[in-house]
Ligand binder design. Structure first.
Ligand code: ADP
Ligand code: MG
Length: 253
């Protein structure tokens, strides 16, 4: 479904992605584990074609189509979905209208707003968001956790083929993580769908048993394997993969 070959990208003049190789097939769940600032979010954005980043080398294909030829909106229409690490506030746009517009942008024939509202209400209920959220301005005054829940609601609304979920569990309580896990497992029960998940907590990893795990740092994938890599990283940390050059400490005497 997704094939990334030797992908390099930079922000302004700073190289961030330094040769990423990743293949995601239908039905797979890939987890990216890595230290802060290593380029995980950048990868998600470069796959989407965020114009803030320059792709300087490599290829991204999605269902055998050259993704780099497409605009971000076309990539989304093709079935790629990226959550925001910090979802923006939308002045004057309700949660319902925002998600309806997003759905309509993906599927012009989509029109049943009554059915849509009913489906969305039940999604919000599953995510333990009070019913009134449907009419509130999207993300306005929402807590970090509530914003993440709206991201998950948009995943369920849009039903993309491949979802890049960037730290959707940060700031979320344990019961909701369980619910999100359940929702994602349901999403993945359609074996034509796949997920790339970035997370620092093992709670969500326990809920969603990944098929592939990648250690990501300094703009590359240093090691790939199965779920056994999670425990290895939990025990050993990332330093062994991305150790900084040792410098002698300046001791003030
Ligand atoms: P991660 O998601 O792994 O924590 P990021 O992809 O967010 O890492 O960032 C990788 C590096 O690129 C960081 O040093 C970050 O500061 C820098 N970077 C990425 N995007 C931007 C941006 N839009 N503006 C400024 N710096 C950025
Ligand atoms: Mg990030």
């Amino acid at each position: 479904m997704l094939k990334i070959t030797d992908l390099k990208a930079q922000f302004e003049d700073t190289p961030i992605l330094q040769g990423v190789n990743l293949t995601v097939n239908p039905g797979e769940t890939h987890v990216l584990l890595g230290p802060n600032g290593s380029g995980k979010s950048t990868l998600g954005r470069v796959i989407l074609g965020d114009p803030k980043y320059d792709q300087t080398a490599g290829e991204i294909t999605f269902n055998d189509e050259d993704f780099t030829e497409l605009e971000p909106s076309e990539r989304a229409q093709a079935g790629y979905f990226l959550t925001f690490q910090s979802p923006p506030e939308l002045d004057g746009v309700s949660v319902k209208d925002f998600l309806f517009a997003a759905k309509k942008a993906h599927d012009e024939a989509f029109s049943s707003s009554f059915k849509f509202k009913k489906g969305l209400s039940s999604t919000l209920e599953t995510l333990r968001l009070p019913g009134e959220f449907i009419d509130r301005e999207a993300n306005k005054g929402f807590s970090g956790g509530e914003r993440k829940k709206i991201e998950v609601a948009s995943l369920l609304t849009l039903q993309p083929q491949l979802a890049f979920l960037d730290e959707i569990d940060s700031g979320i309580d344990i019961d909701t993580i369980r619910e999100i896990g359940k929702v994602i497992r349901e999403f993945l029960s359609d074996t034509s769908k796949s997920i790339i998940l970035v997370t620092h907590s093992d709670k969500l990893l326990k809920e969603i048993e990944p098929t592939h795990v990648h250690i990501f740092g300094k703009g590359v994938i240093a090691e790939s394997g199965g779920p056994e890599l999670i425990e290895k990283v939990q025990n050993e940390g990332f330093d062994k993969y991305f150790a900084k050059p040792t410098s002698s400490l300046n001791v003030i005497q």
